[in-house]
Design a protein around this ligand. Structure first.
Ligand code: HEM
Length: 765
């Protein structure tokens, strides 16, 4: 970028910069009273103001087009700056538009001449009609000419290109079309073309899979509410997505991937012999908005069908079209939208996280954004350093370590710290923030198991946890960086050390100080008795030859994030769901009471119903609701989405847990049974439950593939032990008024906004 371009860019950004610097909106939370008032896809300003709600609205987008991919247009790119400076693609655009207008003006000139020679033309075309209508303003008619060229040239040609490719892959369908064509004359007249019903259906079917206009939208002129309850604010852009809608199982059935003209047809006849004439069965244009719908439905629809059918008849009658590419090479559907892809298709998730693991990585943008907080810790790196950290850490999660974890660390924390605090609260009928309690619990746990250090945060007087606040701020501000409209603005704030970035710097420095103290103590301990009996993760890293302090500090911080914020978030939502589903709570209690009061490793593992209920709770409220990678090279996803090198590809456990196509029409219900089956005779329904897992690509709550969460088993053991400890003695009762629902928020990991105030009622034995 030249110095002039840089200055121009800076001047264009002064206003938003002022706005950004003077508001500290990373701490702004969504309004409780109206949790759905986020933009579906909004104006830049609306998105900017609502950026904390990214999870929710992206989820809604994916839910409305789940099988496919939601490709989001860049909200703000450099086109305006380029246009202002007349450089790059914008310079070419200017030249191209000028040539196009010249071309259109020549046509108009000729037509005007023709009209002036013989004013009452026999065959009146569209252009003559406009010119004779009194609207002879040249710019106006030029615009009309260009619009019609766009409408007429790019739509039918795109539709037919994909159509001939589909026919080449489906010879049986081609045969049926040929049969129909051969029934007509060689130069079919209007009625004959209209009557080509099978061909018509095959064109509709082809455009279902490859619509010439794959995405379209409107802007709201006033506030509104959509039929599904989504709140639309004036000025917001609302998109609909023919490409995705054409691939929805709920609209087209489980065989939606098949090219099947028959779904648009029915046979006349006796219903048995199946040899009657085809008749066309249309779909409502709202399920199939390939030509848009309503008053602005495509004016050229009928013309387009006539033209395409005539072309198909002309070509197929004489020729077989054979793709020249090698067998197996599939064409790639491209559209004008790229740059960021959000998806909920399990096949895509598997592709990114496993099949092409080495083609997708965390990426430098994400790395930079989180670097101040996570440095070179395991969550923020790729390549050899990741491999090394993963390898050393994995020892911490073998069966021996896990048994020790659940039978000593967790057991002690539950019986000596958690239960006494809850007993006192029950006796005094006082309200506690369960989210805070669970975070303290998880923090003590992870420090003990990973670093052999007890921070003792879960104590009866619930000591001020400056550390917790510092950690939360660091996570919140770091994740807020991802959502900034102008990513380089946080860098300016950081450079100037102001606002949220100032706070982040302080928070990271405090965190590192905390981690360094733990490391110092551990080093001392190791130097006193070099062969420690109970080797923890930190000792393992320090003994591995990697004693570089910054590196080990990063590892400590990553493990605190992994261990503290995930299980506590999962359990907070879990206890809320149980309070709303007393029958499920009873079933869990039955299972818990079957085990001993301090269940050993095998007993905790065997809590199958509790395990299923935790999976089910995290389906609806995943601790890591959205995650992603960056493509290292060009690629094509299994659903045909084109990925360009450098593009960010996100997947969305929160949305995927709410997809009807994955979980059925009752996806909104909290139903542990969807993870279970009963042993037994299949009739009495009283056999033992056994757990039926889901593939990790449909349920990527712990990620999947080579980077699947290392702490998954540990997390389940801990959570089940905590559930057993609490539920055996207490009923957890939300303290908020009836009907007030908690709000899901997410900063790297998810949380319940404002905490979870509860009372504990001691159960009678
Ligand atoms: C319910 C609890 C948990 C959930 C839902 C969860 C989820 C996840 C997810 C989604 C990732 C991938 C993050 C990314 O790479 O962007 C991850 C990675 C990881 N998790 Fe967990 N986690 C949980 C508990 C734990 C616990 C208790 C530990 C123990 C310390 C842990 C340790 C790790 C580690 C070390 C990684 C990095 C793996 C790698 O990059 O190779 N997790 N977890």
């Amino acid at each position: 970028m030249s110095i002039i371009e840089l200055l121009a860019s800076l001047s264009l950004l002064l206003v938003p910069l002022f706005f950004y610097l003077t508001t500290n909106s990373w701490s702004k939370a969504p309004s409780k009273s109206n949790p759905k008032s986020y933009p579906l896809i909004g104006s830049s300003a609306a998105i900017f103001a609502n950026r904390n709600r990214d999870t929710q609205w992206t989820s809604d987008l994916i839910q409305s087009s789940p099988t496919a991919t939601v490709v989001l247009r860049r909200f703000l790119d450099d086109t305006r700056i380029k246009r202002f400076l007349n450089t790059g693609s914008e310079k070419r655009l200017k030249e191209a538009c000028s040539e196009l207008r010249e071309f259109a003006r020549n046509i108009i000139k000729e037509k005007k001449q023709e009209l002036s020679n013989k004013p009452s033309l026999e065959t009146v075309d569209l252009l003559s009609r406009f010119l004779s209508s009194g609207h002879s303003d040249e710019d106006f008619v030029t615009d009309i000419v260009i619009s019609f060229i766009l409408a007429g040239r790019d739509t039918t040609s795109a539709a037919l290109t994909w159509y001939f490719w589909l026919l080449s892959q489906n010879p049986e369908i081609e045969k049926e079309i040929l049969r129909e064509i051969k029934d007509k004359s060689e130069s079919p007249v209007y009625e004959e073309v209209k009557d080509m019903v099978y061909t018509h259906a095959s064109l509709c079917e082809s455009m279902r899979l490859y619509p010439p206009v794959p995405i379209d939208g409107k802007v709201a002129l006033r506030d509104d509410v959509l039929p599904d309850g989504t709140v639309i604010k004036k000025g917001m852009r609302v998109l609909y997505h023919p490409y995705a809608m054409g691939r929805l199982e709920m609209l087209w059935g489980p065989d939606w991937e098949e090219f099947k003209p028959e779904r648009w047809l029915q046979r006349a006849g006796d219903g048995v012999s199946n040899d009657g004439k085809w008749s066309f069965v249309g779909r409502d244009p709202y399920s199939y908005p390939v030509f848009q719908a309503g008053p602005r439905i495509c004016l050229g629809k009928d013309m387009a069908f006539l033209q395409m059918k005539r072309v198909v008849a002309g070509i197929l009658r004489r020729f077989k079209v054979v793709p020249a590419a090698e067998d197996g090479v599939e064409p790639v559907f491209v559209s004008f939208v790229t740059s960021k892809m959000e998806g909920g298709n399990p096949a895509n998730v598997q592709h990114i996280l496993k099949t092409k693991f080495y083609d997708y990585e965390k990426g430098s943008k994400s790395r930079q954004t989180l670097f101040d907080f996570l440095g070179n810790g395991i969550f923020n790196i790729d390549g050899d350093s990741w491999k090394f950290q993963r390898q050393v850490s994995s020892h911490e999660f073998n069966t021996k370590s896990l048994r020790k974890f659940v039978e000593t660390v967790v057991d002690t924390e539950v019986s000596q710290r958690l239960i006494p605090i809850l007993s006192t609260a029950a006796a005094n009928n006082s309200v506690l923030d369960l989210q805070d309690i669970l975070q303290r619990f998880a923090f003590d746990n992870i420090c003990k198991i990973a670093f052999g250090y007890d921070p003792a945060y879960l104590l009866p007087d619930l000591p001020e946890t400056e550390f917790a606040k510092t950690f939360d701020d660091a996570a919140k501000i770091s994740s807020g960086r991802f959502a900034t409209l102008f990513p380089f603005l946080w860098k300016i704030k950081r450079f100037l050390n102001i606002g949220s970035e100032k706070r982040l710097k302080e928070a990271c420095s405090d965190l590192r100080e905390f981690a360094r103290n733990i490391i110092k103590e551990k080093k001392q301990e190791l130097s006193n008795k070099p062969s420690l009996e109970t080797v923890d993760l930190l000792s393992r890293f320090l003994s591995s030859g990697h004693s570089d302090e910054d590196f080990v500090t990063d590892i400590v911080i990553s493990f605190i994030l992994a261990g503290r914020d995930t299980t506590s978030a999962a359990l907070t939502w879990y206890f809320w769901l149980l309070s709303q589903n007393p029958e499920i709570e009873k079933e869990i209690l039955r299972e818990i009471k079957d085990k001993s009061e301090s269940p050993v490793y095998e007993e905790v593992k065997d809590m199958v119903y509790t395990h299923a209920s935790l999976c089910e709770s995290m389906r609806l409220y995943p601790p890591v609701p959205i995650d992603g990678k960056v493509a290292l090279r060009d690629d094509v996803l299994p659903d045909g989405t084109v990925i360009k090198k450098g593009m960010r590809v996100s997947y969305h456990p929160y949305a995927m847990g709410r997809l009807e196509m994955l979980w059925g029409p009752d996806w909104e219900e909290f139903k542990p049974e969807r993870w279970l089956q009963r042993a037994g005779d299949g009739v009495s329904n009283d056999g033992k439950w056994s757990f039926v897992g889901r593939d990790p690509y449909s349920y990527p709550v712990f990620q999947a593939g080579p980077r699947i969460c290392l702490g998954k088993d540990m997390a389940f053991l801990q959570m089940k032990r905590v559930v057993a400890g609490i539920l055996r003695r207490f009923k957890v009762v939300p303290a908020a008024e009836d009907g007030v629902e908690p709000v899901f928020v997410s900063f790297l990991t998810s949380k319940m906004e404002g905490g979870f105030p509860v009372r504990f009622e001691e159960r009678a034995n």
